[in-house]
Ligand binder design. Structure first.
Ligand code: LHQ
Length: 262
């Protein structure tokens, strides 16, 4: 794997760290490909039952590395198709939960990347810059125009796309109040708070969590009748797991369950 992405596994949690701290972890092609490799590795390693995504240094990610892009021969559309779109799909379809610890600023495609995660944790030092795209005459991308309105509503999303720039950032507290982040904590507790959630998720019924992702994200594109049928279909899969049996047995025997992820 590239040096610009760090990948470690401990206690069932794969930690993926964006690692170009001197550039606010701006995304270059090497890093984007490294990220895909890391998520692929997390998907196929059975010992990994949750993923923690974060950035090295004082910022999470400042989006596309603009110095690289000015020298690229690809069109912006092709760069998105080739490097970004598959990554966001990969995160959303990963059958394991992804927790994002937003350390510092998340701008442009870096902000979009946080939306690919299932849960976001921020501190009073975190900030989001969804207006970084319009600030350079572009449209929000990497799934942001689809995912952000789903999470916080179209009105607030539009405000961020239009008025939220490097000088007018969305702070962690407001992001929490708007429902963009799931937990807000002190800056020095950010990593531990996110890691605790990831560790807790790693002891839970992994298949049921993966299937819940499939149902929630898939059902956003379905009507109620299809969504109900899809829930029934996916519930049959969950019901065949060891963890379902263990969960029911533990409840009936009045003891804590031990889930093995299968
Ligand atoms: C950077 C960057 C950066 C390079 C900070 N690149 N160096 C997809 C496909 C294809 C093409 C286009 O786009 C996309 C999607 C996108 O992501 S578009 C949006 C791209 N991102 C941006 O426009 C954000 C640009 N950065 C900023 O607005 C600010 O740097 C933020 C708000 C992130 C942080 O502001 P400050 O805390 O004031 O830091 P700074 O601006 O002084 O930056 C620190 C260093 O990081 C600086 O380098 P230097 O050598 O002067 O210390 C910046 O040039 C560098 N840097 N972002 N995206």
């Amino acid at each position: 794997m590239t040096d610009s992405i760090l990948y470690t596994v401990a206690e069932g949690v794969a930690q993926i760290t964006l690692n170009r701290p001197d550039k606010y972890n701006a995304l270059n092609t090497d890093m984007l490909r490294g990220l895909k490799t890391a998520f692929k590795q997390a998907a196929k390693d059975d010992t990994v039952r949750a993923v923690l995504l974060t950035g090295a240094g004082k910022g999470f990610c400042s989006g596309q590395d603009l110095t690289e892009f000015t020298t690229s021969e690809q069109t912006v559309g092709d760069h998105l198709r080739n490097e970004y779109n598959g990554l966001i799909q990969q995160m959303r379809t990963l059958p394991k939960p992804i927790v994002c610890a937003v350390n510092g600023v998340a701008a442009g495609a870096g902000a979009s990347l946080t939306l690919g995660a299932d849960l976001r944790v921020a501190s009073d030092e975190s900030s989001f810059v969804f207006g970084a795209f319009v600030s350079i005459g572009l449209v929000a991308d990497s799934g942001a125009t689809y995912l952000l309105p789903q999470i916080i509503g179209a009105g607030r999303a539009m405000e961020l796309f239009l008025l939220n720039d490097g000088k007018h950032r969305l702070g962690g507290k407001q992001a929490y109040d708007w429902g963009l982040v799931n937990r807000l904590c002190e800056a020095d507790a950010l990593h531990a708070t996110a890691a605790n959630i990831a560790q807790r998720l790693a002891t839970m019924p992994t298949a049921a969590i993966g299937l819940t992702k499939r149902a929630v994200y898939g059902n956003m594109q379905r009507g109620l009748a299809d969504a109900l049928e899809y829930e029934a279909h996916i519930q049959d899969i969950a019901a065949r797991t060891d963890d379902h049996q263990e969960g029911v047995n533990a409840f009936l025997e009045k003891r804590p369950p031990t889930f093995n992820g299968r």
